[in-house]
Write a protein that binds this ligand. Sequence first.
Ligand code: AR6
Length: 185
Amino acid sequence: MPDNPRSPGGLSLLMADITRLDVQAIVNAANNTMLGGGGVDGAIHRAAGPELLEECRRIGGCPTGEAHITKRYRLPARWIIHTVGPIWNGGGFREDKLLACCYKSCFKLADSHDIKSIAFPAISSGAYGFPMDRSCRIALSEMKAFLEEGGEERGVEVIAVCYSPAVYQCYQESLSKLLAKQPEK
Ligand code: AR6
């Protein structure tokens, strides 16, 4: 089993059920209606309780690549940031750009709410069919960019949550490749 390293102010990979994390914000991989669904979305709505659906209904939906923040209700995390990833359609429909936008939109909300720890599931890599290695690469490079552009200095902890050993392995390999590309200091 992976050993789930976590460190304050930085990036870590964690094998976990995101609904159980005691962090300041968890990210939901929602759909355009924001009215719940399967996968991580279903798990978050079940764990948070029906009041979450009421708040999401009032928001009235979310375009792909954008994000909205709600209260946590019964979850341990303080906030829920809902974003909508692109549905994979072969790669020629701005899927990469839209997926990167999801991470950027979530970080923007995290900053405006002074959130110091944020956990992401692998957005779009389940029901929305994004190839896992490609989604890992995009997720990690957006996380790294956010941390390098001041997130780390502000002490923000970013956690990539992996729901299975296969996802964890994919993130680990992608992270090694990304770090290997770093210029020497
Ligand atoms: N904790 C962490 N990760 C999870 C959990 C969990 N409890 N449950 C699933 N995952 P998906 P998408 C992982 O399908 O591809 C919904 O119906 C899962 O293993 O949840 O963005 C929405 O309403 C996978 O790696 O989200 C939308 O209609 C990752 O979360 C649609 O699915 C994302 O899988 C969104 O599809």
